[in-house]
Each structure stands twice: as structure tokens, then as C-alpha cells.
Design a protein around this ligand. Structure first.
Ligand SMILES: *[C@@H]1O[C@H](CO)[C@@H](O)[C@H](O)[C@H]1NC(C)=O
Ligand SMILES: *[C@@H]1O[C@H](CO)[C@@H](O)[C@H](O)[C@H]1NC(C)=O
Ligand SMILES: *[C@@H]1O[C@H](CO)[C@@H](O)[C@H](O)[C@H]1NC(C)=O
Ligand SMILES: *[C@@H]1O[C@H](CO)[C@@H](O)[C@H](O)[C@H]1NC(C)=O
Ligand SMILES: *[C@@H]1O[C@H](CO)[C@@H](O)[C@H](O)[C@H]1NC(C)=O
Ligand SMILES: *[C@@H]1O[C@H](CO)[C@@H](O)[C@H](O)[C@H]1NC(C)=O
Length: 497
């Protein structure tokens, strides 16, 4: 082998190592932190079977257990005059043909001329033509989107902003009015996408805590302040964290929001934590119906940690001067109060009673304190509390199943393969994936990138608008909804005092 070939091989090896590192850093973080190497002792095995991707590992038998301000518009083509109840009868529901006068159309977000109906039906010609259109719009690989600065200006006249964006000012139905929800949205960039997410999940009876990363630039912070200032039921938590990748502050951001949410007058039933790149796959009413089917349980998944995950809570981790979290050789004491440490998802749907436990119970507080110097505590904390005896909404069996979030990991073959692009082993959905998104049982999907494929967002908005008009229409896509075949179905939830 000559030296050129050897150099080539060396380069190849370096590339492979870099790819592995990319693959492992999968959490939503500011780009400048993306390159962090997780301190796994055994890099190789974690690539093969990182627990987050072991989607099907189930039981482990571990312990315990119309808004007044809205623009006047012609009734959309699909609007029928039948009563609310009749709308639920599927035979009366017209097929989804796209929403020509969508409430989501707005001067703030470019409207793309496409056939959403064709996209949802996997019409090849429509998908190809749409992709050509998106590709042509990209500048340096990205579709231009409204800047934080321009969004801030829009929010300077809240009346005009809310009216132009058709933010609803009344609940859609009695059922929804009677079942308020709380949301936490952890964000660090691109307020235009955050606003789009907020708009699509916004209901006046709900409450929203938007957490901007303290490290984000001033234009971003200003835009977020501008946005939340336009609503009584959207707020920034009283304590804002500088979010360190895989660090405690990511978890603390959610807990800061939870603590404030409990103090608000809204009697919300469940809380869901989102990030800026999530998007709903269900309407507000559909989400409520699925949550009701949980029968007082939390949707918090997790399993007994695989061996290579245990190191995350075995050693004392510190945040280095450069802002990276690194392991030390100092061993940690066992978790307080006999907590068994589980390993799960950072995303949840949890009852108010569970949140109250997390915020107020000394054991939960002690576990949080103990978790401060661990790797990615947002992936062990929720499930560890969830499975502690006597915790409201908990259930004894460990499962990797969850409806809170659909994430298409590169190596989970249970779901159709990525159509879009892969970023750190996670699929960023493109219009070709809409056919699948509309048929999933999950409440939210991750990831969506406005600057990669804004048409996916636009078509999801139109689909959700259609499904909101016709509450029974979801059954065209999901025969069984809400999902009742969950592992905790036969368990009776402890609802709290
Ligand atoms: C959109 O696509 C669907 C499915 O291919 C097709 O039936 C429909 O006619 C198309 N609509 C328009 C307006 O082109
Ligand atoms: C805000 O917008 C509304 C509606 O467009 C308009 O009537 C009002 O005069 C504006 N207020 C200010 C202060 O510009
Ligand atoms: C932990 O569990 C052991 C045995 O089950 C028990 O003796 C001990 O009191 C428990 N400790 C705490 C702090 O609950
Ligand atoms: C859940 O765990 C309990 C206690 O370990 C066990 O008896 C039960 O069979 C499990 N349920 C399921 C559905 O696996
Ligand atoms: C219901 O949810 C469980 C858990 O995620 C999943 O395994 C099952 O396929 C879902 N069933 C339906 C009909 O969506
Ligand atoms: C719940 O109980 C029913 C009736 O006994 C049974 O058919 C079903 O399989 C159980 N579901 C689970 C998830 O254990």
C-alpha cells in the first residue's frame, strides 16, 4: 500500500469516527454545541444499541412500580351546516381537499401553492413538483424564513398581530373549554417557527410557558418577549436557564415552567413539554381525547438502563469553562430515598398531580438535586419519579412505548424510513413523509425544520384545520383513536390527594 492509500484510509477512519460522534449527539441543542462527544465508556456499543432507540424494549418487571378579531372570510369549501354531533358521523365528512382559505394563511409566513391533498395521498407527481419548488426556493441550502428581528416588529401591535394570524379567542367546543392543557416550549432560535408552533396549538383556555435559552442572542430574546406579551396565557418562566447540552439546565428549564404553571389560575389537566422543532400531529380536541384515554396516567416511558447508560449517573459530571459537560472520576453516592434510576424519554404528558409532586415533594426535590451533576438528567428524572411508589399517574411496568412524541430514529425500523433528511440520526420530515405523519397515533412529531421544508408545516396546519372542523375525520387515517391498547390500560391510576 502506498502512502497515498494509507492517508486515504486514515482520512476515512477519521470520517467514520466523526460520523459516529454526530450520530450520538441527537438532542436539540444550539449548533455550536453539536460537536460534543458524549462521555460513554463504550462508544461502539452505544452506537449499536443506545437505549433511546431500543423502541421495543417493553416490560422489565422492575420495582413498583372563531375568534372575534378574525378576518371575515367566505366559508371554506369544506364547511358544512350540520350540527356538531353530525360532524362526527363519518359519512357526512367530505374528503380532505386542502383548505383554500386556511386560517393559517398569513402575510408573515409564505404561502406555498401546492396540493396538500395529493401530498397526503402520496401522489408521486405532486411530491416531486413540490420538492422542486422547495429546492428552487433554497438559498445556501435553506428556505428563507422571517427573521427574529422582523417577527419582533410584527408583535409590536398585538391586536393586529393576533388578528392577522387568526389566533382563536374562544374555545372551539365545550369539551375543550372544560379540559384546559398546559404546554412548555423550550426554545433557543428561529422565533418564526416557534410562533408557527404556538399558533397551531394555541387555544385561549390553555396555558403556555415559553422558555428561551438565556444564551440566545438579544434579537431572539426580544422577539420571544414580543410574542408572549401579546397573550395573557403565554409567559416566560420567572427563572430562565442557560441551557447546557445534555446538562441539568435543560431539565431545570422544564421544572421552572412547571413551578410557574402550578401558580397560574388556569386549572390545566395535563402538561406536555415541547421543543421549538416539534409540531402537533393531532388537534386540541384529539389530544384531549387521547389524554382522557390515559385514565389519569402519565405518558412517561422508560426502562431499566442498559449497562452503558449507567455511567450517566455513576460519576460526577461538571460543566467545563467552555460550557461543555464532562465526566470526572469522582463517583456519585446512590440516589436518595431508594429511588431506582430508570432511563427514558425527555418528552412527556403528565397530570397536574404528577407535576405538583415533582415541584413540591421533598423526595422529588432531593432527586432533582442529586441529578444536578449527571449526564442528560431529563432522560432519567421523569421516569424515575414516575415509577416511584405512590407517585400520581405512575404505573409499575416499564415500557419504551409512548404516544407523547413521534421521533423517527434512523435505526428504528418499526416506522417507515425517513423521507426528508437525517440530522444526527433523527429524521427531519419532508413532504414525502406527510402520508405517514397523518396516520400515526402520536400527539406530536419531531423534527420539523421551517428552513428545510415549510410545506410540510403548511400541509399539517391545513390537515389539523380540517380535522378540527370535522372531529370524526381522524378515523379516515387512524381507525383506532384514541389509542386504548396501552400497557397501563388495566392499571388503576393513583390520582393524587
Ligand atoms: C390533488 O391531488 C389529488 C391526489 O392525487 C388529486 O386527486 C386532485 O385532483 C389534486 N387536486 C388538484 C387541485 O390538483
Ligand atoms: C394596531 O392595529 C389595529 C388593527 O390593525 C389598529 O386599529 C390600531 O390603530 C393599531 N394600533 C397602533 C398603536 O398602531
Ligand atoms: C430503602 O429501602 C430499604 C429496604 O427496602 C429500607 O430499609 C430503607 O429504610 C429505605 N430507605 C429510605 C431512605 O427510604
Ligand atoms: C406489570 O408489572 C406487574 C408487577 O411486576 C406484573 O404483575 C404485571 O403482569 C405487569 N403487567 C404487564 C402488562 O406486563
Ligand atoms: C397504541 O399505542 C401503542 C403504544 O405506543 C402502540 O404500540 C400501538 O401500536 C398503538 N395502537 C394503535 C392502534 O395506534
Ligand atoms: C387488559 O385486560 C383485558 C381484559 O382482561 C385484556 O384483554 C387485555 O389484553 C389487557 N391489556 C393489557 C395491555 O394488558
Amino acid at each position: 500500500m502506498n502512502s497515498r492509500a494509507r492517508n486515504f484510509l486514515r482520512l476515512l477512519l477519521v470520517c467514520i469516527v466523526l460520523l459516529v460522534v454526530q450520530y450520538l449527539t441527537t438532542i436539540d441543542v444550539p449548533n455550536h454545541l453539536d460537536s460534543l462527544i458524549p462521555p460513554f465508556k463504550n462508544l461502539k456499543s452505544s452506537v449499536v444499541d443506545d437505549g433511546r432507540r431500543m423502541h421495543r424494549l417493553t416490560v422489565d418487571n422492575g420495582p413498583t412500580g372563531r375568534p372575534p378579531g378574525a378576518v371575515d372570510r367566505e366559508p371554506a369549501d369544506y364547511e358544512d351546516t350540520s350540527t356538531e354531533e353530525n360532524k362526527e358521523h363519518e359519512k357526512d365528512i367530505p374528503p380532505f381537499l386542502g383548505i383554500p382559505n386556511s386560517l393559517f394563511r398569513s402575510p408573515y409566513h409564505r404561502y406555498w401553492e401546492t396540493n396538500c391533498s395529493g401530498l397526503f395521498q402520496n401522489d408521486d407527481a405532486v411530491i416531486k413538483a413540490t420538492n422542486v419548488m422547495i429546492k428552487a426556493a433554497r438559498v445556501d441550502g435553506k428556505v428563507p424564513m422571517p427573521s427574529d428581528e422582523s417577527f419582533f416588529r410584527h408583535t409590536q401591535n398585538c391586536t393586529a398581530f393576533r388578528r392577522t394570524r387568526n389566533y382563536p379567542e374562544r374555545p372551539n367546543s365545550k369539551e375543550e373549554e372544560d379540559y384546559p392543557l398546559a404546554y412548555i416550549i423550550a426554545t433557543h432560535k428561529e422565533v418564526a417557527q416557534v410562533e408557527r408552533l404556538l399558533r397551531v396549538i394555541y387555544q385561549p383556555q390553555n396555558i403556555y410557558c415559553v422558555h428561551p435559552d438565556k444564551k440566545s442572542p438579544p434579537d431572539y430574546q426580544r422577539a420571544i418577549i414580543g410574542l408572549v406579551s401579546c397573550f395573557d396565557n403565554v409567559f416566560i418562566p420567572s427563572e430562565v436557564e442557560s441551557v447546557v447540552y445534555a446538562g441539568y439546565t435543560r431539565l431545570k428549564a422544564d421544572i421552572n415552567c412547571m413551578s410557574d404553571l402550578l401558580e397560574k389560575p388556569v386549572r390545566w389537566r395535563y402538561v406536555m413539554n415541547l421543543c421549538g422543532q416539534d409540531f402537533p400531529l393531532k388537534t386540541n380536541l384529539e389530544i384531549i381525547r387521547q389524554l382522557k384515554a390515559f385514565k389519569g396516567h402519565n405518558d412517561i416511558n422508560g426502562i431499566i438502563p442498559p449497562s452503558y447508560i449507567i455511567g450517566r449517573t455513576k460519576h460526577h459530571f461538571i460543566v467545563r469553562e467552555d460550557g461543555k459537560l464532562v465526566s470526572t472520576s469522582e463517583r456519585k453516592t446512590p440516589a436518595p430515598h431508594n429511588f431506582t434510576i430508570y432511563f427514558g424519554n425527555a418528552y412527556l404528558a403528565a397530570t397536574r398531580a404528577y407535576v405538583s409532586y415533582v415541584v413540591n415533594d421533598q423526595r422529588a426535590i432531593d432527586l432533582l438535586e442529586w441529578s444536578k451533576d449527571t449526564w442528560s438528567p431529563d432522560e432519567h428524572y421523569w421516569v424515575t419519579v414516575q415509577r416511584y411508589p405512590g407517585v400520581p399517574g405512575g404505573y409499575p411496568n416499564a415500557t419504551w412505548d409512548s404516544l407523547a412524541r413521534f421521533i423517527k430514529w434512523g435505526d428504528i425500523h418499526e416506522y417507515p424510513k425517513c423521507i426528508g433528511k437525517n440530522v444526527r440520526a433523527v429524521c427531519v420530515f419532508g413532504v414525502g413523509y406527510l402520508q405517514h405523519l397523518v396516520r400515526l397515533p402520536h400527539l406530536f412529531g419531531n423534527k420539523f425544520h421551517y428552513d428545510f421544508d415549510p410545506v410540510t408545516l403548511q400541509c399539517m396546519e391545513e390537515m389539523l384545520e380540517y380535522r378540527q372542523r370535522y372531529p370524526g375525520s381522524i378515523h379516515q387515517f387512524l381507525s383506532e383513536f384514541p389509542n386504548t391498547t396501552l400497557i397501563w390500560q388495566n392499571h388503576t391510576a393513583y390520582l393524587g390527594d
